[in-house]
Design a protein around this ligand. Structure first.
Ligand code: ARG
Length: 468
């Protein structure tokens, strides 16, 4: 084997062919380079290359010696990257060409044979999928941690009464545990969705080459197996141009952040002095540089705010894809930064929100006081009358009168004397006060999925069993 000492990638402008008669303009070089950000894919790029090289050797496309040289070179490159010693060059455009050029520098011709039967188009799609799969596997436990934190915070509060709201007006009493478990349901669905997204991320593009496949006898299944992919992308054009997997992930992230943001908004409200339902430990609050009394729930506010950028990334990626003709287009280089930022935002947000939620200080008296203020047991009085034989609509009307009187006297229904209550309807008797209490209302909601403490404890046990 003759070893050509010239490394074509040293002069990037000639990387693709001798066709070019002048070097790339410096502005173009800077505009088109992605190595400043896509170097984040280095580990995936190396794993993909090693799997490809192993298969090329097994198929007899490259020699065992070349394979060994590639392995040796890549081991050094990995170590150099990890140690921060690797010299990334903007002239070499992206992570792929940087690594390949260095490999060739280290091992000569074997490095130049690595790209046989491959294109950067199927290479980058493979790298991105491999990288994203790893990130998904790191995000899943954070999502479970978020659910665990909510369950832990909920556990002592199956009997702690909170005003349940609709239209942000006091509606019916619910337990604080029931309220937190609503979020556990949301994050459990997010976890389900993430598992589903992973299935479609985990398919191998390599073998598609530039767009049409390759004439080399590649064993794609073998590469898929080596890299832990569940299967290969069936159509080469689709393999190099599909970014649905990234879009689905971004959609998952947007939905998850929407849930985080709703919780964050509630934490901000609950912290407000007019609610006073919870307190947050000082370590999760920030002060004001001018108002000495302030303790602000900045973490929750920021989580709510960061939801915007994650939505933005989803919209950005959708827009990136919508006008692209088949197959690969350079536009796709723009898929990375939004995806990276989405992953980083989700990881940081889930981690800190879980920690903060686990440290919520509950103020049950304030919650109960608020529930009492809003005629939260009005529906219970109506239900009481229905049990005495009134049609529900009539009962509704009777109770509306009772509430009106309560409001004019500034008292809750439970505080109205029996004689007064009787004036609203003759069926009202001395057993009425039992249903007018918040506790009675809570206990009555025994339906599956309801807020009665037994039901909530069942839900909690199910979540604990699932979360392990
Ligand atoms: N940096 C490119 C990207 O991120 C790699 C693929 C480039 N392929 C090409 N034919 N120019 O998409």
């Amino acid at each position: 084997m003759s070893s050509n000492p010239v490394n074509p990638l040293d002069k990037k402008s000639q990387a693709w062919s001798a066709l070019f008669s002048e070097p790339m303009s410096e502005l173009v070089q800077r505009y088109t380079a992605s190595v400043t950000f896509d170097r984040r894919l280095a580990a995936a790029d190396i794993a993909g290359s090693l799997a490809h090289a192993g298969m090329l050797a097994a198929q007899g496309v490259i020699s065992a010696d070349d394979h060994a040289a590639i392995q040796r070179g890549m081991a050094q490159i990995s170590a150099d990257i990890e140690a921060g010693r690797f010299e990334w060059k903007l002239e070499l455009e992206d992570v792929h060409l940087n690594i390949e050029a260095r490999l060739t520098q280290l091992v000569g011709d074997a490095g130049k044979r690595l790209h046989t039967g491959r294109s950067r188009n199927d290479q980058v799609a493979t790298d991105l999928r491999l990288w994203l799969r790893g990130e998904i596997d790191a995000l899943a436990p954070l999502l479970a941690g978020m659910q665990r934190a909510l369950v832990t915070s909920a556990e002592p509060h199956t009997e702690t009464i909170l005003p349940g709201y609709t239209h942000l007006q006091v509606a019916q009493p619910v337990s604080f545990a029931h309220h937190l478990l609503a979020y556990v349901e949301m994050f459990a669905r997010d976890a389900e969705r993430l598992t589903d997204v992973r299935k479609r991320v985990n398919r191998l593009p390599l073998g598609a080459a530039a767009l049409a496949g390759t004439s080399y006898p590649l064993d794609r299944e073998r590469v898929a197996k080596t890299l832990g992919f569940d299967g290969v992308c069936a159509n080469s054009l689709d393999a190099v141009s599909d970014r649905d997997f990234a879009l689905e992930f971004a959609a998952w992230a947007a939905i998850t952040m929407m849930h985080v943001s709703r919780l964050a908004e509630e934490i901000v409200l609950w912290m407000n002095q007019n609610f006073g339902f919870i307190d947050l430990a000082d370590r999760y609050c920030t002060g004001s540089s001018i108002m000495p009394q302030k303790r602000n729930p900045d973490v929750a506010e920021l989580a709510r705010g960061k939801t915007g950028r994650v939505y933005g990334h989803l919209m950005g990626l959708l827009t990136l894809m919508k006008g692209q003709p088949l197959s690969y287009n350079k536009d796709n280089q723009e898929d990375k930064e939004p995806l990276f930022d989405t992953v980083d935002t989700l990881a940081a947000t889930l981690r800190i929100m879980a920690e903060m939620v686990a440290g919520i200080v509950v103020k049950p008296e304030a919650m109960e006081r608020a529930a009492k203020k809003g005629y939260a047991t009005a529906t219970d009085l109506a239900d009481y009358l229905v049990k005495k034989g009134l049609p529900f609509r009539d009962a509704h009307e009777v109770v509306a009168h009772a509430v009106k009187v309560g409001i004019s006297r500034g008292v809750d229904l439970a505080e109205l004397p029996l004689e007064t209550l009787k004036t609203f309807h003759a069926a009202i008797d001395n057993d009425v006060h039992a249903v007018l209490t918040l506790r009675g209302s809570l206990d009555a909601r025994q339906v599956q999925g309801g807020t009665a403490p037994e039901r909530v404890r069942e839900q909690m046990a199910a979540h604990k069993a699932r979360l392990g």
